[in-house]
Write a protein that binds this ligand. Sequence first.
Ligand SMILES: [Zn+2]
Length: 128
Amino acid sequence: MASSLKHEEIDAFRSVLLKLRARFRGDLAQMTDEALKRNQPDASGNLSNVPMHLADVGTDNFDQEFTLSLIENEQETLVEIEQALVRIEQGTFGRCEECEGAIGKSRLEALPYTPLCIGCARKMESRA
Ligand SMILES: [Zn+2]
């Protein structure tokens, strides 16, 4: 059951993930803010706190679309970061969600939030 990672290694990954999460959250807040501002040129004032579904935001502005697709990607990554932090708490960090094998350390160093070992990630990609 025990992960093959040492306690100190898990601690190091946790702090990397926490930093990544803070960065992604900051980026997302800023990008969302800018994208939504561009959507309301008359600045009627009170729209900025309205939670808007990203898919419903105007479609006639390429820049905005581009920003929004970046936001969606970042949101996915943010979810993966959150899940990786949960796995650290649960003691399953470093184990592949598909085959339950160990995820290689060099892979975790490159992608600390990945839920899959390299073998399963490749299988997923070829399936897509
Ligand atoms: Zn696997």
